[in-house]
Each structure stands twice: as structure tokens, then as C-alpha cells.
Design a protein around this ligand. Structure first.
Ligand SMILES: CC(C)(COP(=O)(O)OP(=O)(O)OC[C@H]1O[C@@H](n2cnc3c(N)ncnc32)[C@H](O)[C@@H]1OP(=O)(O)O)[C@@H](O)C(=O)NCCC(=O)NCCS
Length: 158
């Protein structure tokens, strides 16, 4: 299974339960899962400036990414990126980010950014590996005692 091909495709509503299952496996509380599923449906409906892509490895649903393009400054934002714990470190997030970057570059984006908790060492190492640069820390972004950190990739400089 680890050697099977990774397939990326646009989100369809039949993927909803698989995304919910991944978020349960990651340990999210139900209220956060509900919010994320709503956001996924909204991003998927905005075919022009937003997208959601899902990944399978063989028959296994492995994860998803949601991304939005902002016309006003031609930057874009990764809103959600989650890979199932059972399929990590196989390049799935790398493939999802590459697809999201292709989507926004096709719309004329000059860069892409993403926020993550400062404590999320795995994601921070992942984005650094994808040539995202650490930009600013936002105090109490996630909660009173949990700061956020933004990673930015400007395509012209990448
Ligand atoms: C972060 C996350 C998306 C990475 O997914 P993944 O499919 O395992 O990532 P990849 O296999 O594409 O990783 C590519 C490289 O990034 C780095 N990397 C990925 N996860 C890492 C981790 N936990 N610790 C250190 N480096 C990591 C490694 O250099 C890795 O290459 P290697 O496996 O050859 O060493 C996944 O761990 C996840 O879903 N975490 C929980 C949700 C989350 O934090 N989302 C991102 C916040 S917005």
C-alpha cells in the first residue's frame, strides 16, 4: 500500500464522510469537524476562486486541501490541509500542496500563505520543506494561550 500511486482529484460531496473520518482519526472535536465540513462545501462551491482537492492512495482516502485565491492582492491561502495519520510521510501533503499551488497560479496568484499553531512542529517542518518562509507570529490567533504562525511562499521568488 505505501508504494501505490497517489491520486488527486477535485472534492465531490461524496467525499464528505471520508473527510469527516480523517478528522475523527486526527482527534478533532465534533464542533470543529462540523465547521470544517461546512467550509469545505463552501470552498468547493466557489469554482472560480477556491478549490478543495482530495487524495487517495490506491483505494484508501488519504486527505484533503482547501485553498482560496484573493483577487484584490493576488495572494492565496491554504485554509485546511489534513492527511490521515495512517498515510503520512508518503508525499500525500506534498502532492496536495502542489495541486493547490497549480490551481492558484492558473488564476494569476503571486503567492500563497498558510497559518498554523506555533506548537504544530510537524506542519512547520512540512511547510519549510515546501519552501515556505516563516513570516509573522500572530499573538493569541488560535486561543488566548495559542499563537499562530504564518508561512508564505512568493512564487516569483520560489
Ligand atoms: C503536516 C501534514 C499535512 C503532512 O502530511 P504528509 O502527507 O505526512 O507530508 P509529506 O509526506 O508530504 O511530507 C513531506 C516532507 O515534509 C516534512 N514533514 C512532514 N511531516 C513532518 C513531521 N511530522 N515532522 C517533521 N517533518 C515533516 C518531511 O521533510 C517530509 O519528507 P520525509 O517524509 O521524506 O522526511 C500531516 O502531518 C497532517 O495532516 N498533520 C495534521 C494537520 C496539520 O497539521 N495540517 C497542516 C496545518 S495547516
Amino acid at each position: 500500500m505505501p508504494d501505490e500511486l497517489i491520486a488527486i482529484e477535485p472534492y465531490r460531496s461524496e467525499h464528505r464522510e471520508a473527510i469527516a473520518a480523517v478528522l475523527i482519526n486526527v482527534g478533532w472535536e465534533q464542533r470543529y469537524i462540523d465547521g470544517q465540513l461546512l467550509a469545505v462545501e463552501q470552498f468547493a462551491m466557489d469554482a472560480k476562486d477556491a478549490a478543495v482537492f482530495v487524495a487517495h492512495q490506491g483505494a484508501v482516502f488519504a486527505g484533503y486541501i482547501s485553498v482560496q485565491f484573493y483577487l484584490w492582492n493576488r495572494l492565496s491561502q491554504i485554509h485546511g490541509l489534513v492527511v490521515d495519520p495512517s498515510t503520512r510521510r508518503r508525499g500525500i501533503a506534498t502532492s496536495l500542496v502542489a495541486q493547490a499551488e497549480r490551481f492558484v497560479r492558473n488564476r494569476g496568484a503571486r503567492g500563497i500563505y498558510v497559518d498554523t499553531p506555533v506548537t504544530n512542529t510537524g506542519a512547520r517542518a512540512f511547510y519549510t520543506r515546501q519552501q515556505y518562509q516563516q513570516d509573522y507570529i500572530m499573538t493569541a490567533y488560535y486561543d488566548v494561550d495559542l499563537d499562530g504562525v504564518t508561512y508564505l511562499k512568493l512564487f516569483d521568488r520560489a
